[in-house]
Design a protein around this ligand. Structure first.
Ligand code: SAM
Length: 289
């Protein structure tokens, strides 16, 4: 009825609907990344209550695909909140699998009424009818495609690209005016994370938010990137999902490529000449953007 607001279900109902207790949102984390206070973050997440059926359908899709426990991103509701609060024009993610993160980004964009999600995924496929011992739960069950748990009506305006991020990400970034929100959740190695962070760097701007999951496996890659931007790292509680907000220093050029090992070795045998102190590559990048 017009003018009458129905009571939104509490956070607990959302956590129950998605079927994973670890999804209990960290309001402070979103607050630090978005600049909105925790009560505002909470109210924003509660607005997701209007999509409770979609959230529950993600869980039932997982059950239908033989994933009674699915190692999804721990922070689905935070992704929705960040999307609502930052109002990004271009959200990028690497790593989709069944599409929990994608679905929550898409719900946020739907409620914003603006913005697009660009996702990249190179799927692995489950070998038999049931998940084998040692097989990853992020593999595709039989007859499923990448994003198989995303409610179909959300997929209509989704820019989903299938293939390795190594080949697809640079061209995608090149085609966009800006990267407002980025999530790394694909191949968790230091080299790959560094590759993705450097690929998006030219299109970041003040206020862009960059997230990386499973940083326990990616060494110091995220720390180095944050340092080069002069940004503070914020860790989501109960997980190794981290994020940063690009500080107010304008757009950044790529870091200068490291000198080849041979050139470095040659440089060390040259007689030392007194030189004026030069900033290191990292300090230069931090200063120049
Ligand atoms: C952890 S899952 C993504 C989970 C998803 N973000 C969610 O919230 O449900 C990682 C996905 O990245 C894919 N992947 C692994 N290496 C990749 C690469 N080099 N390029 C693109 N996708 C890759 C995996 O096959 C898998 O589908």
């Amino acid at each position: 009825m017009a003018g009458v607001r129905t009571a939104l279900p509490p956070l607990e109902a959302l956590v129950r609907a998605i079927g994973d207790d670890r999804a209990d949102p960290d309001l402070e984390w979103v607050s630090r990344l978005s600049g909105s206070d925790p009560p505002k973050v909470r109210n924003t997440i509660l607005e997701l209550g209007r999509h409770l059926e979609d959230v529950a359908s993600i869980h039932s899709a997982h059950l239908g695909g033989g994933r009674d426990f699915y190692a999804q991103i721990r922070a689905p509701f935070e992704l929705y909140a960040l999307t609502r609060l930052l109002r990004p024009t271009h959200v990028l993610e690497a790593g989709v699998s069944s599409g929990v993160s994608s679905a929550l980004f898409l719900l946020g964009l739907l409620d914003n009424g603006v913005g697009a999600l660009h996702s990249i995924d190179l799927p692995t496929v489950q070998k038999g009818p049931t998940l084998g011992k040692g097989e990853s739960p992020v593999s595709l069950p039989p007859q499923r495609d990448t994003g198989w748990a995303v409610p179909p009506e959300l997929t209509l305006s989704w820019d989903l690209r299938i293939g390795p991020s190594e080949s697809l990400l640079p061209g995608l970034v090149e085609s966009l005016p800006a990267v407002d929100l980025f999530l790394h959740d694909d191949l968790h190695t230091p080299t790959h994370l560094t590759f993705e962070l450097e690929a998006i760097r030219p299109k970041l701007h003040e206020g862009s938010v960059v997230l990386a999951d499973n940083t326990q496996w990616t060494g110091k890659a995220f720390d180095r990137f944050a340092r080069s931007l002069g940004a503070e790292i914020h860790r989501r509680s109960g997980s190794d999902l981290v994020g940063l907000r690009v500080p107010a220093r304008g757009r950044m050029p790529p870091l200068p490529a490291p000198r080849p090992a041979r050139a470095r070795a040659a440089a060390t045998v040259r007689p030392a000449r007194p030189k004026p102190a030069r900033p290191t590559a990292r300090r230069r990048a931090a200063r120049d953007f």
